[in-house]
Design a protein around this ligand. Structure first.
Ligand code: ZN
Length: 61
């Protein structure tokens, strides 16, 4: 799965704030994603992230 910083992803499970859109903000062994609903940043492993992604919406316009 190709995930880049700046990509907006839709996750299968929504965040507690009900948004299911996140922006990738850091890439590495672990990824950091920012919830577009509440601006909270979450560290997540690539493995977990790939399981959560429903689709990649591409870069933020
Ligand atoms: Zn949120």
């Amino acid at each position: 799965m190709k995930l880049e910083v700046g990509d907006i992803i839709t996750t299968k499970k929504p965040h507690p704030c009900k948004s299911n859109q996140f922006e990738i903000v850091r890439k590495g062994a672990d990824f950091k994603m920012r919830c577009l609903g509440c601006d909270k940043e979450i560290w997540i492993t690539r493995e977990k992230l790939e399981k959560r992604v429903r689709k990649i919406n591409g870069e933020k316009p």
